[in-house]
Design a protein around this ligand. Structure first.
Ligand SMILES: O=C(O)c1cc(=O)[nH]c(=O)n1[C@@H]1O[C@H](COP(=O)(O)O)[C@@H](O)[C@H]1O
Length: 281
């Protein structure tokens, strides 16, 4: 079996620090970069971002919507970006936030997490809001292929509060229940002391106490968007994530990409160094 995803992320974060560069070719950014608002534009945007990020950070996260907007040509562009990023040695999280009933979810998992698939990534963001059990086939595909998942637990957007902070009769929030159910699967599939490969999305803007969530075991990577444009700063790595901060993948998209193509490499280097300092890497 291939090397487990959780352990791959653990070593990569130790080597390169927590910063993850989000590849989000918004229309306004394409215009600012002098690129066309079409599949060729998003392809070029993605490839230039990969080139600038390679060797400087451990992880990149292409956002699928920006490519899907252009139909089959956009998806072909995404395939090129995913392949280039993986060839550059970056860990690639496809941010597609897939979630469906089990029988149809499984093929989303196969599409993104099968070695040799046109859309192969190292990990996929998935939604548990159709029930964590609906992801069981997805956990199995990831496990079999040495891939990872990031399960939405406490997202960074303010609109999530009502749903994700609601509680069951025991007072457990939906966010905490997701973490607990996914952690049980990590405990079954990872050896003692290893990081699990089924990670979580916990926004950097989320107050853990208010969200009813606590440090969890076994450790698993935490994808934390919300840094940069949504307001969280590198200092929030420690203040928000406390004892779990070593597991955090700190994701920024617009705040980095708005530097423009000429200054991108320098911006990524400087920001990555800032995060390394906070993380003590
Ligand atoms: O799964 C994600 O990546 C994600 C989860 C979440 O809770 N909040 C969130 O903003 N994201 C994604 O993270 C990126 C944030 O972009 P910026 O706000 O520009 O840094 C976007 O691609 C979002 O879709």
């Amino acid at each position: 079996m291939s090397e487990r995803f959780g352990e791959r992320v653990r070593s990569a974060l130790r080597a390169k620090g927590p910063l993850c560069v989000g590849i989000d070719p918004h229309a306004a950014l394409l215009a600012a970069w002098g690129l066309t608002d079409d599949a060729q534009g998003v392809r070029e945007f993605g490839l230039r971002t990969v080139e600038a990020a390679a060797g400087k950070v451990a992880v990149v996260k292409p956002q699928v919507s920006f490519f899907e907007r252009f139909g089959s040509q956009g998806i072909a562009a995404l395939e090129d970006v995913l392949a280039a990023a993986r060839a550059a040695g970056l860990i690639v999280i496809a941010d597609a936030k897939r979630g469906d009933i089990g029988s149809t979810m499984d093929d989303y998992a196969r599409a993104w997490l099968t070695p040799g698939s046109p859309l192969e990534a190292d990990a996929l963001t998935v939604s548990p809001f159709l029930g964590v059990g609906a992801l069981d086939g997805t956990f199995a595909v990831a496990e079999k292929n040495g891939k990872g998942l990031f399960v939405l637990a406490a997202t960074s957007n303010p609109e999530a509060e009502g749903l994700q902070r609601s509680t069951d009769s025991a007072g457990t929030t939906v966010s905490a229940a997701v973490i607990s159910e996914v952690s049980a699967r990590n405990a079954e599939s990872s050896a003692a002391g290893e990081w699990g490969s089924f990670g979580f999305v916990i926004g950097a803007t989320v107050d853990w106490t208010r969200a009813g969530i606590e440090p969890f075991t076994p450790a698993a990577p935490i994808l934390a968007p919300g840094f940069g444009a949504q307001g969280a700063t590198p200092a929030d790595l420690r203040s928000r994530f406390g004892t779990m901060s070593a597991a955090v993948i700190a994701s920024e998209s617009r705040s980095i990409l708005s530097a423009g193509p000429a200054d991108l490499m320098e911006t990524i280097s400087a920001r990555a160094a800032e995060y390394r300092e906070v993380a003590g890497v």
